[in-house]
Design a protein around this ligand. Structure first.
Ligand SMILES: Cc1cc2nc3c(=O)[nH]c(=O)nc-3n(C[C@H](O)[C@H](O)[C@H](O)COP(=O)(O)OP(=O)(O)OC[C@H]3O[C@@H](n4cnc5c(N)ncnc54)[C@H](O)[C@@H]3O)c2cc1C
Length: 437
């Protein structure tokens, strides 16, 4: 098995830095089991990583850091049932293309597709659409390598009661080896997006939410308009973005020009309101197109920045968004990244921010990190007023005691963790902090 020694390691955003003893790249399930047995024997800990895109300290470890980048094959396609089984290191963008070739699509996706499927589901990665759950809800089965080295199947026939525990488990129950996903017939999405004033957007929020299949909003603080993203399944003919325009928007505008504006705003925060108004003017516009579902759901990777995101019950959405705007104005925060507002259907997954409730996800993203800690604290306090639950893959500082109150199945998850991993082989500083009591 390939392994590497590194002097230091960091997540994608660079806010988490650490030095693992080694980075390991198993290529088979047996090699994964061997690694677990070796960690057990030598009293080492281990953490898994996907694309290391999480902002929270989930991949941090002093011991074994394990990547499944070489364990990323498609294993089985059941066309009739529209189900696929994959090795869990496969990246979402790789999976999307393979699925399309087999006439299948994932029902919903987040904003980017760089993540590994295991990484995405382990933190509850989500897209938008009030009748669609997060990506973990599309998982109907996994095989799990436990701390003992035993491999168990968890699916609709075996160990079914464990499925809602493992669907979002932050690597704390074991290593997810294979994943079976319920897909649907490949579909195109029609996009009919447009900008509206902030007040008008709030006025029509409920109606849009209930009538548009996949609805989300982007707003730049200090700027007047909200982009209303509206996507529907369609049988209409493909009508993609012009290739030149797509190249310009994805490669030049998103990566270079937007990156330059973010850096300028972070260096001179006084410029941020004007920069945001400018971005508003050039980026928020009418869009009419029809493309492959995964091309509409996702965009290219944006420049590095910091993120926190909370899910609150959907009925508080409008009030909380308005209160958030007010907080930014009153505290004079200069926010130079998009405020993303999305909607997700409730589910039964124990550690899901949308456990037993339909939610609105509200984002606190920043490139300008001068007052990041204060911004984060105010944002988390505000979301707390609405019974908010944080996205596990993003930054948060909420007290675990409070989390315990907000998650009815918290103790059940903790008990299972202890049962599956009594010596804490899969634990790190973050999971020990979360589940200490
Ligand atoms: C630019 C950007 C855009 C994003 N957009 C969205 C979005 O639209 N919606 C959203 O909800 N989130 C979004 N995120 C957050 C992201 O989806 C999550 O942080 C996700 O977990 C990252 O996946 P990853 O493959 O990088 O996993 P990592 O960050 O590498 O790992 C995440 C967790 O998964 C665990 N893990 C990985 N593989 C396994 C395995 N085989 N078995 C057990 N545990 C495993 C790790 O131990 C860790 O706990 C975004 C992140 C970035 C950087």
């Amino acid at each position: 098995m390939e392994s590497k020694k590194v002097d230091s390691f960091s997540n994608w955003a660079g806010n988490i830095k650490f030095k693992p003893e080694g980075v390991y790249y198993p290529e088979t399930e047996q090699e994964i089991v061997d690694l677990v047995n070796s960690a057990n024997k030598s009293g080492k800990k281990m953490r898994l990583m996907g694309a290391k895109h999480s902002w929270s300290a989930l991949i941090e470890t002093d011991d074994y850091l394990v990547s499944l980048d070489k364990y990323n094959n498609l294993l089985e396609v059941n066309k009739e049932a529209k189900q696929v089984t994959v090795q869990s290191g496969i990246r979402l963008h790789e999976l999307n293309e393979v699925l399309w070739q087999h006439g299948l699509s994932m029902s919903n996706l987040g904003t980017i597709t760089e993540q590994s499927v295991a990484g995405a589901i382990s933190t509850g990665t989500h897209g938008s659409g009030i009748n669609f759950g997060n990506i973990s809800t599309q998982v109907i089965g996994v095989t799990l390598v436990k701390a003992s080295g035993e491999v168990i199947a968890i699916n609709q026939k075996e160990n079914t009661h464990l499925l809602p525990a493992v669907q979002i488990s932050m690597g704390a129950l074991g290593i997810i080896s294979t994943i079976t996903i319920q897909c649907e017939e490949a579909f195109y999405l029609k996009e009919e997006s447009y900008p509206l004033s902030f007040d008008d957007a709030m006025e029509v929020l409920d109606e849009q939410l209930n009538t548009v299949e996949h609805f989300k909003m982007w707003w730049f603080a200090h700027a007047p308009k909200v982009q209303m993203y509206r996507w529907y399944r369609t049988k209409d003919k493909l009508k993609p973005r012009n290739k030149g325009v797509a190249f310009l928007e994805d490669k030049f505008l998103t990566n270079h020009f937007f990156g330059f504006l973010l850096k300028a705003g972070s260096a001179f925060p006084g410029l941020i309101p004007s920069i945001n108004k400018f971005i508003n003017l050039v980026h928020f516009k009418k869009i009419n197109r029809v493309e492959e579902s995964y091309n509409v759901f996702s965009i290219v990777l944006p420049p590095k920045h910091r993120e926190c995101e909370y899910a609150i019950p959907v009925e508080h959405a409008k009030e909380a968004i308005v209160a958030y705007k007010q907080m930014i104005e009153e505290k004079k925060f200069k926010v130079n990244f998009v405020v993303e507002i999305r909607f997700v259907k409730g589910d039964d997954i124990w550690l899901s921010p949308s456990y037993k409730r339909d939610v609105c996800y509200i984002a606190a993203y920043q490139h300008n990190v001068r007052r990041w800690d204060e911004f984060l604290q105010c944002f988390e306090e505000l979301m707390g007023q609405y019974d908010g639950r944080p996205h596990w893959g993003k930054e948060f500082k909420i007290n675990p005691e409070v989390l315990k109150e907000r998650y009815p199945m918290w103790n059940d998850f903790k008990d299972l963790m202890k049962k599956f991993d009594p010596k804490g082989v899969f634990q790190n500083v973050m999971t020990r902090h979360l589940f200490k009591n």
